[in-house]
Write a protein that binds this ligand. Structure first.
Ligand SMILES: [Ca+2]
Length: 390
């Protein structure tokens, strides 16, 4: 009996603690943000689904504006392979800043209210010149403030930015950003202007969190439907906030969308990895790398003037790798004694590339040969047996 009373007492105590922590009296992080004023709410188009709003001084006039993040153009799509009634809502995400401006203070000695005007400024979507890039994100956005809200709660960013995602969530842990939009207040006539980046594979940028630090370098990776997951990569730089970004000369290249794999499966992947300055490595502790730890077979050298990493302007391949008559040989001619556990030359492939050699774009043809472990038939690694400058 006593035990039961103790258990009931303990349960009640736990319930009390839970109530105190999560009960109605608690002021949570969400409650601290004042609700969207009715005056602003009235102006929000009914088709928008507001995701979040935030009050900050975005235009340095010492008054807060309201940043609204919303979904629009919402459609439902059935994901193949799921139950018929499973629907996925796809809805691009936009943003707008509502500026409540004091037009004229109330006349002294009159009973007139002070006159305020609320002006909505579009971030994206927008129809203005230079802003045709559509939207902030497809499935989620993460708002970035430069500088971030300070420890006294003051929010007065010089720039406001958004990382946009195509799938997944905003914490960035399960998705790579595919868009980056940065805005600053450019005055009443121009509203909020800025820079917009799209990388349908991913966007890579240093996102600073310290005050007086801004995004100054962005690399976009756009997919090419390439079998080795190669992307068109491009880097942009600028000197500081509110400035325009410019393409960083010499950074436009084909490159792996997500970085080079340890030892690419396709011959063109091995050439791309070499040209971008990588060396082969083991995929895991059970995988063996052919002797020499290089994409080049011993004795094969690069043409003079070709020093990786270089930009790759084009890369072509024959799509299939041809079996070599005779079926290959033990790798001792290539690797000496170290090659006796390896099988060379079962397959052959030719890849051509356009790369700068001594500053001039040249076609370089690469002959590749398969190297595989004698007892592991399936694992094929590609090594370069000759290089021809055309
Ligand atoms: Ca303001």
């Amino acid at each position: 009996m006593k035990t039961i009373l103790i258990i009931i007492g303990a349960i009640l105590l736990v319930l009390l603690i839970v109530y105190l922590i999560f009960g109605p009296g608690r002021k949570g992080a969400d409650d601290e943000q004042p609700p969207l004023p009715a005056s602003v709410q009235r102006l929000v188009p009914p088709s928008w689904k507001v995701i979040s709003d935030q009050a900050c001084d975005f235009d340095a006039d010492k008054q807060d504006e309201w940043l609204l993040i919303y979904q629009y153009d919402s459609v439902e799509v059935h994901p193949s392979g799921q139950e018929p009634d499973t629907k996925l809502v796809v809805s691009p995400i936009g943003g707008a800043i509502y500026d409540a401006e004091l037009e004229s203070p109330a006349e002294p000695d009159s009973s007139q209210y002070q006159v305020t005007a609320i002006t909505p400024y579009r971030l994206l979507p927008d129809f203005a010149l230079g802003k045709g890039q559509g939207y902030l994100g497809e499935s989620a956005v993460k708002t970035l403030l430069f500088p971030p809200v300070d420890k006294d709660g003051k929010c007065a960013p010089t720039e406001v930015g958004f990382l946009g995602y195509s799938s997944g969530n905003t914490d960035g842990a399960t998705a790579l950003p595919t868009r980056l939009s940065l805005f600053y207040w450019a005055g009443k006539d121009r509203g909020y202007q800025g820079s917009l980046f799209i990388g349908n594979a991913r966007i890579d940028a240093e996102i600073p969190t310290e005050p007086n630090q801004f995004v100054t370098r962005v690399t976009t990776y756009n997919q090419l439907n390439d079998r080795s997951l190669l992307c068109q990569a491009m880097s942009y730089t600028r000197t500081g906030p509110k400035q325009q970004f410019f393409v960083d000369p010499g950074t436009t290249t084909l490159d792996f969308c997500y970085g080079a794999p340890p030892d690419p499966t396709y011959p063109d992947g091995a050439v791309a990895a070499l040209l971008r300055g990588n060396v082969p490595s083991a995929a895991n502790d059970k995988t063996k790398v052919p002797p020499g730890n290089s994409f080049l077979l011993p004795g094969v050298s690069l043409p003079p003037g070709l020093t990786p990493p270089v930009t790759i302007l084009a890369l072509t391949n024959t799509a299939s790798a041809a079996p070599v008559p005779g079926g290959g040989h033990i790798c001792t001619p290539e690797y000496g004694e170290d090659g006796k556990d390896w099988w060379c030359g079962q397959l052959a492939a030719v890849v051509t590339s356009e790369v700068p050699v001594d500053g001039v774009v040249r076609e370089v043809a690469w002959s590749l040969t398969s190297v595989s472990q004698k007892d592991v038939v399936a694992e094929v690694q590609w090594r370069i047996s000759s290089v021809e400058l055309r």
